[in-house]
Design a protein around this ligand. Structure first.
Ligand code: M6R
Length: 369
């Protein structure tokens, strides 16, 4: 049932290329428009949207953080991302021109469901991104985009995360198109890049032996820090969450630009710091900023584990350990950079003798507060 893998988590990591391909399947209509699954909203309703709130928990929240970068860039309307557990108890400013996007693998997370109901009471429109057909969150939403990841058994979310990212990209492109901010051919160009990611990911998955070795090395670390910028920041948070939940190790993710505002004081001789480096393509400003952050932590003794685009040879000089990932457009990069972090956490947990699929104190679906 684990398809020859030691854990469901490893099986689900391996299924990610297919899960992405399945989530993309049939999404582009003959007219070049993105097709959602269940839409009880008119195009006019979506044109009237003047603000987006994304609500979610845990890994799904990290997908939402990535989505904010893509949606604001493509759609040009404000997009906030909030933990559902916070949103549901505060007084957010919502009305019928607010679109609330609820992201949930299970479709049953209590906090996300309550956030959605809270939004509906104030007449906001609700769109769900969900992996479980017919679950409560999509049932109560005005529109749904299902991630076709297939069942996720391991408590740690992997393929659900990558397919949530794909769903977020599709929603961003859909909104941009119907609002006239992007033309059909521009949308099709991004979809084409998305369609190439499963192949890139297959290649990447075939090159993870080094990461496994690294995991054996890191299993006794007392803390592991993760840094990133832009869409690499939520990837850093996701890498840290995986390590906490699976390996029961202290781990923290930071926006690299925040290091000097406090966290850099944590760096000691040998502290492992995982650095998610943006692509050097384009202006490459962010990439250079992260590289200088890497130099800063290294100068203070950090052991740097650097995830960077293949061909970015210059980062080698600052990497104690380099993990190259296939080139991908900046906004789509989390589809690549997250994967070594999933494997790292899984292998460290296994090396420490933990039950990877069923970590202590956690449930797959959190249906209580
Ligand atoms: O089913 P959901 O997407 O609503 O679940 C949200 C979180 O509970 C979930 O992502 C959790 O953080 C995972 N165990 C992380 O790997």
């Amino acid at each position: 049932e684990k398809g020859g893998h030691d854990y469901f988590m490893l099986k689900e990591i391996a299924e990610q290329p297919q899960a992405i391909a399945d989530t993309l399947l049939g999404r582009l209509s003959d007219r070049g428009e993105i097709v959602l699954d269940e839409v009880r909203l008119t195009d006019q309703d979506l044109r009237d949207v003047d603000k987006i709130f994304i609500v979610a928990c845990g890994t799904s929240y990290h997908a939402g953080m990535v989505a904010k970068y893509a949606i604001e860039h493509w759609v040009r309307i404000p997009c906030e991302v909030e933990l559902a557990s916070e949103f549901r108890y505060r007084d957010p400013i919502l009305d019928r021109s607010t679109l609330v996007v609820a992201i949930s693998q299970s479709g049953e997370s209590m906090d996300t469901l309550m956030a959605l109901r809270h939004a509906k009471e104030q007449k906001a429109r609700v769109l769900a991104i969900c992996n479980t057909n017919g679950s409560t969150i999509p049932r109560e939403s005005d529109a749904v985009l299902y991630t076709h990841g297939g069942p996720e058994i391991a408590v740690a979310s992997t393929k659900a995360f990558l397919t949530q990212l794909v769903a977020c990209y599709l929603i961003g492109l859909h909104l941009a198109q119907i609002r006239g901010v992007m033309y059909a051919d521009e949308v099709a160009a991004v979809v084409e890049k998305l369609q190439r990611t499963p192949d890139s990911l297959r290649t990447l998955l075939g090159q993870m032996e080094d990461v496994r070795e690294l995991a054996r090395d890191l299993k006794t670390a007392s803390t592991v820090l993760f840094i990133g910028r832009h869409v690499g920041y939520p990837v850093a948070l996701e890498g840290a969450l995986k390590l906490k939940e699976l390996a029961y190790m202290h781990a923290e993710g930071f926006a690299a630009g925040e290091l000097k505002h406090g966290p850099i004081a944590l760096i000691d001789e040998g502290t492992p710091v995982v650095c998610v480096v943006p692509s050097p393509a384009g202006r490459g400003v962010m990439r250079d900023k992260v590289v200088s952050n890497i130099q800063e932590v290294r100068a203070r003794g950090a052991r740097t584990i650097v995830i960077a685009e293949e061909g970015d040879e210059d980062v080698r000089a600052y990497a104690d350990h380099l993990i190259p990932v296939p080139a991908t457009p900046t906004l789509l990069a989390p589809l690549m950079t997250t994967v070594p972090l999933q494997i790292l956490a899984c292998e460290i947990a296994a090396a420490r003798g933990h039950d990877v699929d069923q970590p202590r104190n956690l449930a797959k679906s959190v249906t209580v507060e």
